[in-house]
Design a protein around this ligand. Structure first.
Ligand code: HEC
Ligand code: HEC
Length: 390
């Protein structure tokens, strides 16, 4: 007790505790003194002891009692309104205080693990960037042989990135840097509950692990709440997020920067193949991956009018809510109204409505546009891939 008091300045809470303890000691002292006093004087039987006369009883003694009653009344008259005035602020301060602690704990969970300085670290920062600005994760993907185009040297090349799968002749395995999306805008795209869902269950088939107990991870609701509180504290506001993409006007560029990672198979590691001349990967823009296939008039059937389509991209999907002609949302399609301007969304929609099922190389897909993928901005594009066989 004394050590903690010496370490921290006296808070209101401990001051009140100390005052209460002093009052208690005082009252016990008074009671003990009264008992001792009575014992010492108890020579005459109480009913024989002469008491004050009427003069005193109805005079000075009565007045003294009234004065005490007035004083006690005054204590209540002052303390109740004072309590009423202070309490809401106190409660708010307490909530803020608990929230601050939660954000701090979330930051520790988010950061890199260090057995001494930060044993709680879950290393979100390793993949998503120290500030949640986005990054990349080393991963081995298994893909159908027919999706990989072997060019110069191919499998025989020394620094080969891909190798035929040992288990399945029709598959190829490649070391890639899988882009991890920025998390400092994630709450502009998803609701808090939707983000909770992603963190708890992860994204099976991608480097994003499940962290919540329900998803097979190790973290309870409290820890997930701490992470969410931390994520809330690092969110950019909508204007900042929009400014980051203000230069993009072309529908294809915008699609590649915002949508392709979920809707175009292999897109999440396109930068890996952009840097390895021996291999290229065949993909269909908007051909479907985690998000649905958007090619071949599919979106025209789902959204007969451009307005409906724009509305959907603006708000995204909600769990079990109907959208379009026959869609039922899962809450996994983000809304882009806080990250893109209506004009940009319109450009994406026009591009989307023209998508065909043509298969081309990732290089060819990126040739036209020069849009950087979010999260793979210059410094992070190849994080860790040089090591190869990790
Ligand atoms: C090993 C790397 C890795 C680690 C560690 C990691 N993530 Fe991820 N995370 C990813 C990747 C990769 C994706 C994108 C998956 C995809 O392509 O669908 C992702 C996706 C997400 C998304 C969805 C974002 C969006 O816009 O789609 C959230 C939210 C997220 N991660 C939060 C976290 C949190 C919180 C932690 C730490 C508790 C964490 N991640 C740790 C790699 C990682
Ligand atoms: C985090 C992954 C993710 C990102 C990023 C994403 N989507 Fe989706 N999208 C989905 C999922 C998942 C669905 C399926 C609907 C659902 O589960 O709610 C979907 C559904 C859709 C649909 C409806 C298709 C249908 O036939 O029902 C359209 C259109 C669409 N997305 C367009 C876009 C556009 C445009 C962008 C970029 C501005 C985008 N998506 C970004 C995951 C994503």
């Amino acid at each position: 007790m004394t050590t903690t008091l010496a370490a921290a300045p006296l808070s209101l809470r401990s001051a009140i505790l100390i005052i209460n303890a002093l009052i208690l000691v005082f009252l016990v002292g008074v009671a003990v003194a009264a008992v001792l006093d009575r014992r010492r004087r108890a020579v005459v039987a109480p009913n024989k002891e002469e008491y004050h006369g009427d003069e005193v009883m109805e005079g000075s003694r009565l007045e003294r009692m009234q004065a005490w009653a007035l004083a006690m009344g005054a204590v209540f008259a002052i303390s109740l309104p004072a309590y009423w005035l202070i309490e809401p602020d106190r409660q708010e301060a307490q909530t803020d205080y608990l929230h601050e602690i939660s954000v701090e704990q979330g930051a520790e969970l988010f950061a890199l693990n260090d057995p001494e300085a930060n044993p709680a670290g879950l290393e979100c920062a390793k993949c998503h960037g120290a500030e949640g600005e986005g990054g990349a994760a080393v991963f081995i993907v298994t893909m159908p042989k027919e999706d990989v185009a072997v060019t110069e040297g191919g499998f025989e090349s020394k620094k080969r990135r891909c190798a035929p799968s040992k288990d399945n002749d029709d598959e190829v395995q490649c070391d890639v840097a899988w882009s991890a999306p920025p998390l400092n805008t994630v709450l502009l795209r998803f609701s808090r509950e939707e983000v909770r869902d992603i963190i708890v269950y992860g994204r099976p088939g991608t480097p994003m692990p499940a962290w919540g107990l329900e998803g097979g991870g190790s973290k309870n609701d409290q820890a997930i709440d701490n992470i969410l509180d931390f994520l809330e504290s690092i969110q950019l506001d909508a204007d900042e997020a929009k400014a980051a993409q203000a230069k993009l006007t072309d529908g294809q560029d915008l699609f590649q920067a915002n949508c392709a990672r979920c809707h175009t198979k292999h897109w999440s590691y396109a930068t890996t193949f952009a840097q390895s001349p021996e291999f290229d990967v065949l993909a269909t823009s908007g051909g479907g991956a985690f998000g649905f296939n958007l090619t071949g008039d599919v979106t025209l059937r789902q959204f007969p009018t451009v307005e409906d389509h724009v509305e959907f991209i603006t708000t995204g999907s909600d769990f079990q809510a109907a959208y379009g002609t026959r869609g039922i949302g899962s809450g996994r399609m983000p809304g882009f109204g806080s990250m893109l301007t209506p004009k940009q969304i319109r450009a994406i929609v026009d591009y989307e409505r023209s998508l065909t099922s043509e298969r081309v190389t990732l290089d060819a897909l990126t040739e036209k546009g020069d849009a950087p993928e979010p999260g793979t901005e210059p410094a992070t594009g190849t994080t860790g891939t040089e090591g190869g066989e990790e």
